[in-house]
Design a protein around this ligand. Structure first.
Ligand SMILES: NC(=O)c1ccc[n+]([C@@H]2O[C@H](COP(=O)([O-])OP(=O)(O)OC[C@H]3O[C@@H](n4cnc5c(N)ncnc54)[C@H](OP(=O)(O)O)[C@@H]3O)[C@@H](O)[C@H]2O)c1
Length: 336
């Protein structure tokens, strides 16, 4: 079978398409014929480390969906032909997060990911794909979708009448926007592009701010909400956005701390948090249980993920290059 490996010696793309043996499932495992995989911002950070230490030779990408193709002994919950997606952390099944789950993230330092024709995973690390979604759509869910659902709904309790701020129009942001619209919450979108803001409006975004033209977007947000601010914020930027997020949060609001788009380690002035009785919710993706709950929500509200562009398996380096431009709206997917 074919798979991509992160490879620091593979030229500028740092990705090598290689022929490797088809993996066989052991006890408790399932083999998946991967039909589609999707890219996240994280995959750029990982690609930039290709060639360094244990990451060299790993199969990239946490996100993929496909069909159960072989089943190991002792697996009762899956049948051949079942449509499944892999959860981001193979060991975080349910309950609260433990830092010991970190090494079980797919497509990172220590675990192979989904950019291969076949993958073997524990039967417990999979969810059923919602019936209304194609494999391409399902492949967008594991990282961006689950992160937004876990932060905003499972932990953040977002509901009708709330106001959500999303930063940009990438994968996590558009899942947040779609969840808010489905719940009857108001969605505020900031973006570098008027054209993307028009598309976000068509999805149900109601306050649209161009952060290039309006660098003080927190002031514009407060004006547009009559000084109330956003009850929920998907904090995706990090150091470059965090203080403005704090100045945008409503009394009793929640900042869901997720992103590193402008770098790591924000050093925010947290004084406002106290005066507004607001909370920060830290999120690393989510569990299999979160993923299954999100899939019920997607089904209930007939939500289809926003797919920007689909690439062939031969064109993976181009897909990464497209992600790096930041010109996408929603998710970039590889079809196998
Ligand atoms: N903690 C976790 O578990 C977790 C999980 C998933 C993702 N993340 C993080 O969340 C972030 C988003 O991930 P993603 O995969 O959704 O990214 P993505 O699809 O690559 O989104 C990129 C978009 O973000 C917007 N953006 C960039 N800089 C911005 C800024 N300074 N202010 C506002 N928007 C900005 C741009 O949108 P416009 O072109 O519209 O301006 C850009 O196109 C990343 O930092 C990622 O590492 C964390």
């Amino acid at each position: 079978m074919k798979a991509y490996h992160l490879n620091g010696h593979a030229g500028a793309g740092r990705l090598a398409c290689v022929d490797v043996g088809k993996p066989e499932p052991s006890d408790g495992e399932v083999r998946i014929r991967v039909e589609a995989a999707s890219l996240n911002y994280r995959d750029l950070l990982i690609l930039d480390r290709a060639g360094q230490g244990e990451i060299n030779g790993r199969v990239p990408l946490s996100d993929g969906a496909g069909v159960v193709d072989a089943i190991g002994a002792g697996v009762a919950q899956w049948r051949l032909g079942d449509r499944v997606a892999a959860s981001f952390f193979r060991n975080w099944i349910s309950g609260p997060f433990k830092s010991s789950y970190i090494p079980s993230s797919l497509g990172g330092n220590t675990m192979d990911g989904m950019l291969a024709e076949y993958v073997v995973l524990p039967a417990t690390a999979l969810v059923s794909v919602p019936a209304h979604l194609s494999a391409v759509e399902a492949a967008t869910l594991p990282c961006a979708g689950v992160t937004a659902f876990h932060g905003l709904i499972a932990r953040g309790g977002m509901r009708k009448g709330d106001t959500l701020l999303v930063q940009g129009t990438g994968g996590v942001a558009l899942f947040g926007l779609q969840f808010a619209v489905a719940l009857g919450a108001r969605a505020i979108v900031i973006s570098s592009s008027d054209e993307k803001l028009a598309r976000a409006k068509a999805l149900g975004g109601s306050i649209l701010i161009n952060y290039r033209d309006t660098p003080d977007w927190d002031v514009a947000l407060m004006n547009a909400t009559d000084g109330r601010g956003a009850s929920h914020i998907l904090e995706l930027g990090g150091p470059g956005t965090y203080d403005r997020s704090l100045r945008s949060v409503a009394s009793g609001g929640k900042i869901v701390q997720i992103g590193v788009l402008t770098g790591f380690g924000p050093k925010p002035d947290l004084a406002r948090l106290q005066w507004e009785n607001a909370d920060i919710i830290g999120v690393t993706v989510g569990s299999v249980e979160h993923f299954a709950a999100m899939n019920r929500f997607l089904t209930e509200h007939a939500i289809h993920p926003i797919v920007d562009r689909v690439y062939d398996f031969d064109d993976v380096p181009e897909a990464y290059a497209h992600l790096r431009t930041g010109s996408h709206f929603g998710k970039i997917v590889i079809r196998l």
